[in-house]
Design a protein around this ligand. Sequence first.
Ligand SMILES: Cc1cc2nc3c(=O)[nH]c(=O)nc-3n(C[C@H](O)[C@H](O)[C@H](O)COP(=O)(O)O)c2cc1C
Length: 400
Amino acid sequence: MIRLSNKKILLCITGGIAAYKTPELTRIFKKNGADVRIIMTQSAKEFVAPLSLQAVSGNQIHYSLLDEEAELGMGHIELAKWADVILIAPCTAESISRLAQGRANDLMSAVILASDADLFIAPAMNVKMWNDKVTQKNVKTLSLKNINFIGPDSGEQACGDIGDGRMSQPDDIAMTIAKSFSSSFLQGKKILITAGPTQEAIDPVRYLSNNSSGKMGYALAEAAYLAGANVQLVSGPVSIKKFDGVNLYKVKTADEMLKIIKTLINDDDIDIFIGCAAVADFKPVDYKNSKIKKTDDTEISILLTKNPDILKYAADNMTDKIVIGFSAETDNIIENAKLKLKSKKLDMIICNDVSNSEIGFDSDDNEVYLITNDTEQLLAKTSKIKIAKKILQNIQPLIN
Ligand SMILES: Cc1cc2nc3c(=O)[nH]c(=O)nc-3n(C[C@H](O)[C@H](O)[C@H](O)COP(=O)(O)O)c2cc1C
């Protein structure tokens, strides 16, 4: 039983014999509740009738990048944004090569370059084409970009050869796509996430704080919960709602945050810690019990002292677990993040440039670098929930 209700699947069909299976694949998606839109390459039209696919999908077929009519309505960028998932089935050796080169010379490749949606490729080709060194290099290039391959299967081919290269069966492809929506790769894992700013009181009405909105940490909590994790979210003061199912602990100060973190780390057997909160580095040495009065003095001094380092506490006390930190920087962001990764002995640091207002503290989008001791990867600008999902997918290989 597969569930695809309301999922938006963009099916791209390229010019291989296995294209004859795509009306059946489309029918399976539709039967299970998905909305299917179809792009065909020019060659694909030689292998399967667009009219059949239009009838089965219930939607007009898209072919051309330079189509004035399409650009008025569902142009390539809109198709790219519309899709929850993009599937290329069958995918030829030629299309794999174009994608590996980052080409955008037809509708399919332009949409894929412009989309954040998860991409699945179901290759279909002759065994020698599949095993060719260049094809295999292209497949590796695409796999390193987190593109998912379904198949190919092995067996007798249309040309009579035997070996790897047959497109996976439509039922199996549909099942893989369905599973990607109900991914539970964090099932059984306990994740502790910090979010938002802290507020360090000066007197009963004033405090030191920062511009953190909490959106990134809350998006991570939502994505982790949807991936099956048990999620504890410790949050400074923010004005956003937590996702149902996430356990929320509200705090104001760094000291309060550390107290809850200590309890959760020591008593709750946390597997993964993600420090996303913008914890104030300093707090006033003295809290004034009464409001500081305005006087004729033009200057006043507030002596500050360092706050506890919550991320370091987690790293020092979770040595056999996964500890990930965020680094919000305005200058030399990668160098500073690498120093933090090493000095705090983290498993990963996620850094972003908060001087850019389009991806900074209060924005809905983010663009981050994921840095480990061996790797450095840019997650290009997109919504914070999509960034959160991609971060968790990248944490997956660190989990035992
Ligand atoms: C009869 C026939 C069958 C073909 N089958 C395949 C195939 O299964 N896999 C493949 O990679 N190429 C196959 N090709 C070659 C592609 O159609 C060709 O490389 C084309 O340029 C692919 O363009 P596209 O990837 O833009 O659709 C076949 C060609 C012909 C004439």
